[in-house]
Write a protein that binds this ligand. Structure first.
Ligand code: FES
Length: 98
């Protein structure tokens, strides 16, 4: 039986989402209203940079290189477009709309 995890956006009015294990966060947020903005969706532009609490798998090498440029002092930073949901997550956008 597939598991579901909770994805929350603390400090915002956005509701909690329930996401199937292993599902792409960016695909989920395509169809759900959320505070996370996306651009390239390929891990290059860093529009989706955010702080993620709870993700067990961590960033890959290419993602780490981008994060060193855009969020150098943030050990919990991730590119939301590269996150697969593998735990309950709390997500805070680092770039604001506008
Ligand atoms: S949308 Fe461009 S890096 Fe995630």
């Amino acid at each position: 039986m597939a598991s579901e995890f909770k994805v929350q956006f603390p400090g915002t009015g956005f509701p909690q989402l329930n996401v199937a294990e292993g599902f792409s966060l960016s695909r989920t947020l395509d169809v759900q209203n959320s505070p996370i903005l996306f651009g390239c969706r390929t891990g290059i532009c860093a529009t989706c940079v955010c702080l993620v609490e709870g993700n067990g798998s961590g960033a890959g090498e290419d993602e780490k290189e981008v994060l060193e440029l855009f969020a150098p002092d943030q050990p919990n930073a991730r590119l939301a477009c590269q996150v697969k949901v593998d735990a309950d997550l709390k997500i805070v956008a680092l770039l604001e709309e506008g």
